[in-house]
Design a protein. Structure first.
Length: 241
């Protein structure tokens, strides 16, 4: 993940905050599939949360790090609940919006390069475990998270089992990955906003059994808290020792 990759998203979020409620990103997958995402999704209130997100709020404790905070949908809700929150965002535009919306502690940085405080809760919601990029990058991400978590701390994350998709292009994409010897949930995206394209980046969608296997190898206890009929699920990680 890079600043250049997230530039279009940051611009869309900033313009949405400034009043353009039609601000939307185009998301291009490397097989040609394109979807459009309105930036309003990053401004959801707790009442508008998905069920998995509402459940995750209940488990948060102590000092909280929110990785990939976006426009503050989660981090501001936690701050309102009197949690001590650090919101990390790689996009300068997103960081500007976070501060203007009242987020007290914002760090504009690459989460994977962050070294600093220790936390009671680390949140990678919004399927942000996907920033691992590839299955081979998952161990590094899990180890990095562990380096900043207190001994009795927890990690809350959600992902999506890509195999639940009924879209024919998604099914073909998975088959192509497997044929090439790759994990089926590894995807490449490019974002665009008003003609400005970001750098291509990798994203990882994980099925629960694979996440559990890799987490346990990295020294975590992996507990599935809930799931939905579309293949999404919420997980709590705790240090195994």
């Amino acid at each position: 993940m890079s600043v250049e990759a997230m530039k279009p998203l940051g611009l869309a979020i900033k313009e949405y905050y400034e009043g353009n409620k039609d601000a939307a990103n185009k998301i291009f997958r490397d097989d040609g599939k394109t979807v459009t995402e309105n930036a309003g999704i990053y401004f959801r209130s707790p009442e508008e949360y998905f069920p998995i997100e509402k459940e995750a709020l209940v488990f948060c404790k102590g000092k909280v790090l929110v990785a990939g905070a976006g426009a503050g949908a989660l981090s501001l809700a936690l701050q309102d609940r009197k949690f001590d929150v650090l919101a990390i965002e790689i996009s300068p535009e997103n960081c500007e919006v976070l501060k203007k919306r009242g987020q007290k502690n914002v760090l504009c940085a690459d989460f994977m390069r962050y070294r600093g405080e220790m936390f009671d809760t680390i949140c990678l919601l919004g399927r942000n475990i996907g920033m691992a990029g590839k299955l081979s990058g998952l161990k590094r991400l899990l180890n990095h998270i562990g380096s900043m978590l207190k001994p009795d701390g927890i990690v809350l994350l959600n992902s999506w089992d890509f195999r639940f998709s009924q879209d024919p292009s998604d099914i073909e994409y998975q088959k192509r990955n497997v044929k090439r010897g790759k994990y089926f949930g590894e995807v490449k995206y490019t974002l665009e906003y008003k003609g400005i394209k970001g750098a291509e980046f990798r994203w990882l969608y994980l099925d629960f059994e694979t996440l559990k296997k890799y987490s346990e190898k990295a020294g975590w206890y992996c507990e599935r808290l809930s799931g939905d009929s579309d293949g999404g699920y919420l997980v709590k990680l705790t240090p195994a020792c």
